[in-house]
Design a protein around this ligand. Sequence first.
Ligand code: DER
Length: 230
Amino acid sequence: TDAAKLKTMAGEAALGHVEDGMRLGIGTGSTAEAFVRVLADRVHAGLDVVGVTTSDRTEALCRELGVPTATLETVPQLDLTIDGADEVDDRLRLIKGGGGALLREKIVAAASDRMLVIADASKKVDTLGAFPLPIEINGFGMMATYLAIQKAAANLGLEGDMILRRRGADPFITDSGHLILDASFSRIPDPEALSQALHQVPGVVEHGLFIGLASEAILASENGIETLTA
Ligand code: DER
């Protein structure tokens, strides 16, 4: 079972949580897209759902495959969000944002009664932080924001390179028009403290630490499916 099969396995397991008439949040990334593909098959077989997507990329895939979508303006409360993650710990705290959609993903997850994470089991970690933490920042005064983040992290004993995410030679621009710094803190023993500290920095729009949002995680490996609940 190669990586693509594991993503489909996780996506199919997530389908078991989807009921007729549900208002879904639909995540971004390759695992979320594997879920969209299996969801589309069930929609064509008669499943009645509507999805609020978390990126232009996911929106385009839903449109291509015929999954009905709506905006969070028209459907402000969702039953279930299904999304991927870059890291998951045993308290279902996540690092997300590898795909650059963390702001809309967090808004959609927060508007949902439940959030189901689907991922390859290799994303499970003891301590968050090996994956560089994506921090979405406003472009205004970027260096001032960079230095403020560095200081806030240092106050928590966290140090590491913070790199402006690029697409080719240009800075990566998110669907919401912001920039992303990827911060390699290596280990984040107190994600709550870092989350609060980052939210104190005015130029920080949002970050990839998802705390208290995921209600369950479906982890796929060669040995099958493992389900984590907090
Ligand atoms: O960007 C994101 O938050 C994605 O969900 C990412 O965390 C997981 O992407 P993947 O399923 O392609 O590994």
